[in-house]
Design a protein around this ligand. Structure first.
Ligand code: NAD
Length: 419
């Protein structure tokens, strides 16, 4: 029995899919996929610039490796738990196979508030995590990446810490993705998740016979995914009318001036206080008038309490797990088109795979190649999920889950049950 809502929801989504696959796979095999392969809890003791040694907890979960090494970002928040990381690792198993990359599902968490850490202390913490987690981090075991609270600078420190411990100038093979381009990263990785969100959002509007040009979009979260999604959607002609972050929210039905907002955020580190929009509460913003809503912050934001009041016709899930199963049912009844997280935000892990292959083969890829391949892959997978949804008369989330869980179950069968 679990009490973490994100894990409960991930399991509820899986159980619904397992029901659909009952005739194709044995109950034992489906049950095996429900449980993570490994859950580890680490105690880190970094010494910060205050001269004190701090005790900080961290987690690593490998959910399933039937299709390859675990892949999944490192979340750094003050509230992250092992169950939340387990839910996110499970989602990564489905996301990797849905987008067609040979990775399994994994995730890590570090219990700390990145906004309260000086740059030097954050580096110390990331290096401490890398040392403690080193038996996990390997191109054939677990390949981390950025997630909430971590960024490409942190990934650079991870690569450096591993190279240092190996006594080498660099690593052979890819231990971590989302690195700075100069350190073996790939151009376009930082933007990949947000661009993928915009590609699937445009595909959804086209499917519904609606125009993205001139459509009003609200985003929750203005970090990597939120800010890039906003920019990419604006480039496609959408009007960004509302944006929130953890400190506040702003709304302007005539459209927010994104370059001016970006300049404000660079100075103030928040959208709050931006003069080009009206201040509203973060909760209220989700239900304000718009055509499309992009949750790009954290889990459990669209719930049974607000799903009935959401005015968007399309929800593009940039965040992981933003919608609860109860909210899903309400949105489905109301005819809201939801692009599920495991499809909508899979651009990041797809381009991570390009970074992985580039580094393994000591190749170099241009940003144009990366963008072209991202566009093709997102379009292709959107079309496959949409087709399954229509054929099986399922909501998009269940159609995506059906394709993903079936792939993993087939891989487990193909590998066999021993050892
Ligand atoms: P980030 O740390 O760069 O940004 C997070 C943003 O969300 C910040 O603006 C923060 O202020 C805001 N936020 C946090 N809690 C909020 C709340 N309750 N209300 C409003 N805003 C809130 O993180 P990110 O990398 O942009 O990730 C955002 C989401 O996207 C997460 O759910 C993450 O798992 C998911 N995701 C990220 C990637 C990636 O490549 N970075 C890939 C796939 C999915």
């Amino acid at each position: 029995m679990t009490t973490n809502p994100m894990l409960e929801h991930a399991l509820a989504n899986f159980d619904q899919t397992a029901q659909l696959l009952r005739g194709e796979f044995s109950p034992d095999l489906l049950l095996k996929m429900r449980e993570p392969k490994e859950r580890s809890e680490l105690r880190l003791s970094p010494e910060f610039s205050d001269g004190k040694s701090h005790t900080i907890r961290a987690f690593i979960v490998h959910h399933n490796q039937a299709l390859g090494p675990s892949k999944g970002g490192i979340r750094m928040t003050p509230t992250v738990t092992l169950d939340e990381i387990t839910a996110l690792a499970m989602e990564m198993t489905w996301k990797c196979t849905l987008i067609g990359v040979p990775f399994g599902g994994g995730k890590s968490g570090i219990v700390a508030d990145p906004e309260q850490l000086a740059a030097h202390d954050k580096e110390t913490l990331i290096r401490s995590f890398t040392r403690s987690a080193q038996r996990h981090i390997h191109p054939l075991v677990y390949v981390p990446a950025p997630d909430m609270g971590t960024n490409e600078r942190d990934m650079g420190h991870i690569k450096d810490a591993i190279s240092y411990s190996l006594g080498q100038a660099t690593t052979q093979g890819c231990y971590v993705t989302g690195k700075p381009v100069l350190l073996g990263g790939i151009p376009g990785r930082r933007e990949a998740t947000g661009r993928g969100v915009a590609i699937t959002a445009a595909a959804a509007m086209k499917t519904l016979g609606r125009d993205l040009r001139g459509a009003a979009v609200i985003l929750q979260g203005f970090g990597n995914v939120g800010a890039v999604s906003a920019q990419a959607l604006a480039e496609l002609g959408a009007h960004i009318v509302g944006i929130s972050d953890i400190h506040g929210a702003i709304y302007n039905p005539a459209g927010l001036n994104l370059p001016a907002l970006m300049a404000h955020v660079r100075k103030q580190r928040t959208v709050a206080g931006f003069a080009g929009g009206r201040r509203v509460s973060g909760a209220k913003l989700l239900t304000m008038p718009c055509d499309m809503l992009v949750p790009a912050a954290t889990g459990n934001q669209i719930t049974k309490d607000n799903a009935g009041r959401i005015q968007a016709k399309v929800i593009a899930e940039g965040a992981n797990g933003p919608t609860t199963p109860e909210a899903d049912r309400i949105l489905e009844k109301r005819g809201v088109f939801v692009i599920p997280d495991i499809l909508c935000n899979a651009g990041g892990v797809f381009v991570s795979y390009l970074e992985y292959t580039q580094e393994t083969q000591q190749e170099q890829m241009t940003e144009t190649e990366v963008r072209t391949r991202l566009e093709q892959r997102m379009q292709d997978r959107f079309a496959r999920v949409r087709q399954t949804a229509q054929e099986r008369k399922l909501p998009m989330r269940q159609a995506a889950m059906l394709l993903a869980v079936r792939n993993v179950a087939t891989a487990i069968e193909a590998r066999g049950s021993l050892p």
